[in-house]
Design a protein around this ligand. Sequence first.
Ligand code: ZN
Length: 137
Amino acid sequence: MVTRIEHIAIAVKDVDASAKLFETLLGIERGHTETLSVERVKVAFFELGDSRIELVEGIGSDNPTAKFIEKRGEGIHHICLEVEDLPGTLSRLDAAGFPLIDKVPKPGSRGTSVAFLHPKGCNGVLVELVEQHRPSS
Ligand code: ZN
């Protein structure tokens, strides 16, 4: 079961330029900004209550985000939905015939687990699923 929209990711050519635009649009300052060298992306987050907007810039021309922009232009790249049980959700969706990009969860940022579903099975939308791992006290 999906519990909330964790974030919406927007592919942009220049995170810093777009962050200024979104600061004006949203009326808030950008939050966490990070360069992920393994993923070859630079990201900036805007915290919006219980949800976030993530701006993503591909670093170099040979990465999925840059290729996405080349093909489709800047725009919404994926939506991220939070689930309570990611492995269970993946088995349920796999059984229901959804094409999974990640058959098993992989590590996401801030100690989360994530997995992507192929857009061809989701009306053209790239869907990321995330499970938070809150420390159990
Ligand atoms: Zn994401």
